[in-house]
Design a protein around this ligand. Structure first.
Ligand SMILES: [Fe+2]
Length: 353
């Protein structure tokens, strides 16, 4: 059963009957009107898919009627049917977009049937396109919302994983602090000095966060060093000194499976390298030592100088700065030393004391 509705408007009864007979076998739902005004009332009330209208009618011309139909129901297919084969009228009506097709009376039955069939197919096609467009739009909106929700969930889960990871790192650092009393507070201060240097160098926040993590973990390998050596008050023997140096390799071994961040690993691996190539374990020299490791080396040494150790007393900041300068260019990167000990560092010392 064809569900399309066609309104046929003509002031001549016999034309309406002829059209009815011609189109009934197609199964259209047909509504008839004898004037433009009656036709407009129907268009306002009903869902009309096509209008076939005579042109010469009392009260309202076909062109005027179809123009009004367009205003009320723009999607309705409009066909003009007239006994007056006025070519200019036809051209104007089609060019103005008022009329889909123009058919002259007397008509050819087959031609009229085909024209109406094509018009209805066109209408149905347009509605299908419209339906698919609406469907695509609503699905796109749903997809967008779904993506947003998914992104939020991923962000939340990433945050949870990061927090869990940082908690695990804190546990590791805590394990070291329990073993080596000197470490307690030292990692925090090294982190603060290194952050201070990075900020002076205007590094991006991501890099600073990586340096902070690396500073926190730089000595984690001391977990593997004998407590008797870590807390020894006397000068270390050569064997003990060699043993303590293994904390770099141990730290690397502990962290390699869980840290996939070059900046962090550079700090752990190279924070005992010296600028002149006489450090350990790789004897890297100058700028072949990653900058983040050169920064932490200075921060580490500065805090060590300011801290009391089992075998010596703490230096005051002015002495510590002199020491750093003394070893600038041999043990330390001179630029990094200058950044740390130049103005502002006293403020940092006060805040950390
Ligand atoms: Fe170290």
């Amino acid at each position: 059963m064809n569900q399309n509705t066609i309104l046929i408007v003509d002031d001549e009864e016999n034309i309406l009957h002829a059209m009815e007979r011609l189109l009934e076998e197609e199964g259209y739902r047909m509504i008839f009107a004898k004037s433009g005004n009656d036709g407009l009332e129907i268009v306002k009330e009903e869902d009309i898919h096509m209008v076939v209208s005579d042109h010469r009618m009392p009260g309202m011309t076909g062109i005027k009627f179809l123009n009004e139909v367009k205003k009320i129901s723009p999607e309705t297919i409009r066909i003009m049917l007239t006994g007056y084969a006025d070519v200019d009228l036809a051209i104007k009506a089609i060019n103005d977009g008022e009329v889909y097709k123009f058919i002259t009376k007397p008509w050819n039955n087959i031609e009229l049937q085909n024209t109406i069939k094509q018009g209805i197919e066109y209408y149905n096609l347009q509605r299908e396109i419209e339906r698919l467009n609406n469907l695509t739009q609503s699905q796109n909106a749903e997809l967008k919302q779904w993506n947003l929700t998914l992104e939020q969930k991923v962000a939340e889960q990433t945050k949870d994983i990061q927090n869990l990871f940082l908690d695990s790192i804190k546990s590791l650092v805590f394990a070291l602090e329990v073993k080596d009393k000197y470490t307690e507070g030292h990692t925090r201060r090294v982190t603060d000095y290194a952050t201070y240097i990075c900020k002076k160098m205007d590094f991006p926040q991501k890099y600073i966060e990586d340096v902070k993590l690396g500073s926190l973990l730089h000595d984690i390998g001391k977990i593997g060093i004998r407590e008797s050596v870590l807390n020894k008050r006397e000068k270390l023997s050569k064997e003990e000194h060699e043993h303590i140096k293994t904390h770099v390799a141990i730290g690397e071994k502990i962290l390699t499976p869980i840290i996939k961040n070059d900046t962090v690993m550079h700090i752990v691996r190279y924070h005992h390298e010296h600028f002149d190539g006489n450090g350990y374990p790789y004897k890297l020299k100058g700028t072949s030592i990653p900058l983040e490791a050169r920064i932490v080396a200075v921060a580490d040494a500065y805090d060590a100088l300011l801290s009391e150790r089992p075998y010596r007393k703490a230096s005051d900041p002015s002495i510590a700065k002199k020491e750093l300068r003394k070893y600038s260019n041999t043990q330390f990167d001179p630029d990094v030393v200058e950044l740390l000990i130049s103005n502002g560092c006293n403020v940092l010392d006060n805040s950390l004391s």
